[in-house]
Design a protein. Structure first.
Length: 219
């Protein structure tokens, strides 16, 4: 099946309006803070692994705050205060009860929530610096195939990408390849010797007989 097209910022603002999320003056800054916290990047908007992990953890352990209904209900209550239909005290009391319930749920599954989010952050870690634009390089996932690759944080202005093996943990080395200037990374697979290699598949160090350490250990 074809996944739905990604939302642009403009389309997302429309959708928030439709769902009653935020107000005309806050919607833009809500989206801005998602960029700042590293939950999303690009436009059309793409979620980072951290963003996906936070959403999944909330959905799984405190489902009520991951739905637009709760936020929309709170926004409506604010309007009710403004219109004098409800008092501030009533609304604060109601919100407090709702949020106490959510806190209780999260407290009870603190370890699971932390583990889920930690995994996402691990996937998003900076692998090095883009040799083309100087932005950070991260592990990304292809939209359709879900296959991982390295992408530039400067996307969509910078479209530098590198292929990655699909298994194993990819970690930064802090080193730059002396031959081509791309970052060198470490691939760790359980039960195997770590493999350190230059991200660029066309790098001269990948040519046969050039630099023994670049060879992938057998296993
Ligand atoms: Zn770049
Ligand atoms: Zn290289």
């Amino acid at each position: 099946t074809q996944p739905p097209p990604r939302y642009t910022q403009g389309k997302l603002i429309e959708k928030m309006e439709e769902l009653g999320l935020g107000t005309k003056s806050t919607r833009h800054s809500i989206i801005e803070s998602l960029y700042e916290r590293g939950y999303i990047y690009g436009d059309p908007i793409i979620p980072t692994e951290t963003g996906i992990a936070v959403t999944e953890a909330l959905r799984r352990f405190a489902g009520v705050i991951s739905t637009p209904e709760m936020t929309a209900a709170l926004e409506k209550d604010m309007d009710a205060i403004a219109e004098g239909v409800e008092t501030q005290l009533e609304v604060v009391e109601k919100s407090r009860e709702m949020l106490a319930g959510v806190m209780h749920l999260l407290e009870n599954s603190k370890a699971e929530v932390a583990a889920e989010i930690r995994n996402g952050i691990k996937e998003d870690r900076i692998l090095g610096v883009c040799p083309s634009c100087g932005a950070d390089l991260h592990v990304r996932r292809a939209k359709k195939s879900r296959k991982r690759f390295v992408g530039c944080g400067g996307y969509p202005e910078c479209t530098v990408t590198y292929p990655l093996p699909q298994t194993g943990s990819v970690m930064p080395t802090g080193e730059t390849c002396p031959q081509c200037g791309s970052p060198r990374v470490r691939l760790v697979n359980r039960g195997r010797k770590p493999w350190i290699f230059c991200l660029d598949p066309d790098c001269p160090t990948k040519k046969e007989g050039n630099g023994k350490e670049e060879e992938r250990p057998a296993g």
